[in-house]
Write a protein that binds this ligand. Structure first.
Ligand SMILES: [Zn+2]
Length: 163
């Protein structure tokens, strides 16, 4: 059984079918959280977040990439968000590889060298600073005065504000 089939089976047993409890797509806290896809991070629990309060954007690293800027722009211009949390974390997989090594591995396996940046980093705080600056300096965003960056410690569950 694949994981997808497992989830489809769970869905068929779920009483509420994940039916949205709120009538609007507009996040009630006017907030977007950018964070890593790391399966350890329980982003709703980290912030005591409730359903419907925020947009959650996740990718490898929790990096503000061009595609995250795309979503932030839509979030702010069409769905009213005004604040951004960038939360990266300790022990991230992106701190254990380098762009060049990873791209070379992919190239050797596939014959294609990715044109995109892997966004690997050595020091997570530096990566948070880069991502926060990308958001703050974006010409497309309406609200850049409340963009704040954090490191989440996966060992302690504590947040450290970086910038
Ligand atoms: Zn990560």
């Amino acid at each position: 059984m694949t994981a997808i089939n497992e989830l489809l089976a769970r869905h068929s047993r779920t009483r509420d079918l994940g039916h949205p409890e709120i009538p609007t797509p507009v996040p009630s806290l006017a907030l977007t959280i950018v964070t890593c896809m790391d399966a350890r991070i329980k982003v709703f629990d980290v912030f005591g977040l409730k359903h419907g309060e925020a947009h959650i954007l996740r990718n490898a690293g929790g990096v503000v990439t061009d595609d995250v800027i795309r979503s932030l722009t839509i979030s702010q211009r069409k769905l009213g968000t005004r604040e951004v949390i960038v939360m990266q974390h300790t022990n991230c997989g992106l701190s254990q590889i380098t762009d060049d090594e990873f791209k070379t591995d992919v190239w050797e396996d596939t014959g294609l060298r990715p044109t995109w940046a892997v966004e690997a980093f050595r020091e997570v705080k530096d990566s948070v600073r880069v991502s926060v600056e990308r958001a703050r300096r974006s010409a497309f965003l309406l609200h850049t005065d409340n963009v704040r960056g954090f490191v989440y410690d996966v060992a302690t569950g504590l947040l450290d504000e970086v910038v």
